[in-house]
Design a protein around this ligand. Structure first.
Ligand SMILES: C[S@@+](CC[C@H](N)C(=O)[O-])C[C@H]1O[C@@H](n2cnc3c(N)ncnc32)[C@H](O)[C@@H]1O
Length: 362
């Protein structure tokens, strides 16, 4: 009996050259620096290039090995390699693997092998034989907020377990916060957010990272017409429901200088005299009634429909018709043609808490 033969490993030179021409035309006609639509188009075209240049067989095979890139970067974060290179190495001053090993106690050859991987994706500069220096991505990786995201590997570990979970269910989407991928992988019945409180360093990393999940995308208080669209006055103007560290509220407070008071429903610091911190379970009655704005950032997407409805029902009951507004900052996926980033987030939510990034019609 013979094995089925793999598809012919053809590249598509015509398709590649079409893509390159489209990119060149875009560069000529648009200002990539200031025009985000042109940048997004360029990004979408450039993502199609590898398939055209490498051919389908390489593309399909490479996907098998892609997780090793993420895992290697995660080890580099653990060994503090990005921070050490930023501290020790600049374009003029290179840092050797031996020096890094001396600083972090890792085996020198391991460090070189890790750095070969991250240099191959331009996360550090390979400046000589076992000599490294920092570029802008190294600096981003060295930031404590981003490093926290890499350390927060509970989700990836849980996603790997999802294969077995789904075979057993069989292949039903998890919807209960006490019986999903996280619980299966970590042998717990605690909901994700309660489980986190039993792992303080992970919980700290989660909260740190939540303040930077937008990357360089704009926060809602940056692009939304806060001043023009919010009425002035009212005693308590703004409730950031489950606001985490309060990074959003800080932005809103700064934009809305006339805002009299705000409530941060989260674990953050008191920002100034205007912000009151409050502990509240959003599955219970909302205690701050009749406020002008209730804000939910990255909340409904954490939950399956039944729980999402409970959260929204409590807020509806607290709102004054014709006065209160509900602002939701979540992704809305297009009904067709979602981007890789959007689809990745959807599976992240399924893993985290049986949640979902919803499309326009969902
Ligand atoms: C994905 S984070 C979003 C935090 C913040 N809004 C942001 O955008 O960074 C979800 C938040 O919901 C909080 N949370 C989870 N269950 C909750 C509950 N039952 N009541 C109130 N907050 C809850 C978590 O502690 C966490 O801070």
């Amino acid at each position: 009996m013979s094995c089925p033969s793999p598809p012919t490993p053809t590249t598509s030179p015509q398709q590649a050259s079409d893509l390159i021409s489209q990119l060149a035309a875009l560069k000529a006609s648009e200002n990539l620096e200031s025009d985000s639509t042109a940048r997004n188009t360029a990004l979408a075209l450039s993502k199609k290039l590898p398939a055209a240049l490498e051919g389908p067989l390489n593309q399909a095979t490479e996907l098998v090995f892609k997780p090793f890139i993420t895992v290697t970067a995660r080890i580099a974060v653990d060994l503090n390699i990005f921070s050490l290179i930023v501290e020790e190495g600049t374009r003029d001053r290179l840092v050797s693997s031996a020096k890094l090993a001396e600083k972090n106690g890792g085996e020198e050859v391991l460090i070189s092998r890790i750095l070969r991987v991250v240099a191959s994706i331009d996360f550090v500069l390979e400046a000589g034989d076992n000599l490294w220096s920092a570029n802008e991505t190294t600096t981003a990786m060295a930031s404590e907020l981003i490093a926290a995201g890499h350390r927060f590997d509970l989700l990836v570990v849980s996603a790997v377990s999802s294969l077995k979970y789904l075979r057993e269910t069989p292949h039903q989407i998890p919807t209960s916060p006490t019986d999903g991928f996280v619980q299966y992988a970590h042998q717990t019945k605690l909901p994700f957010f309660s489980y986190l409180t039993t792992r303080p360093s992970l919980f700290r990393d989660f909260n740190l990272f939540m303040g930077s999940t937008m990357g360089s995308h704009e926060y809602s208080w940056e692009w939304w017409d806060v001043k023009g669209r919010l009425l002035e006055g009212g005693d308590v103007l703004f409730v950031d429901v489950a606001g985490g560290r309060g990074h959003d509220l800080q932005g809103f407070v700064e934009k809305l200088k006339g805002m009299s008071k705000a409530v941060l429903d989260g674990i953050g610091e008191e920002l100034d005299g205007r912000v009151r911190r409050m502990e509240h379970d959003f599955f219970k009655r909302q205690p701050v009634v009749g406020t002008q704005v209730y804000f939910l950032h990255h909340i409904p997407h954490d939950w399956s429909d039944v729980y999402r409805h409970k959260i929204l029902t409590h807020l509806r009951e607290a709102m004054t018709p014709g006065y209160s507004r509900l602002l939701i900052h979540d992704l809305v996926l297009p009904d067709m043609g979602a981007t890789e980033l959007q689809t990745r987030f959807d599976f992240t939510m399924m893993t985290l808490n049986g949640g979902m990034e919803r499309s326009r019609s969902q």
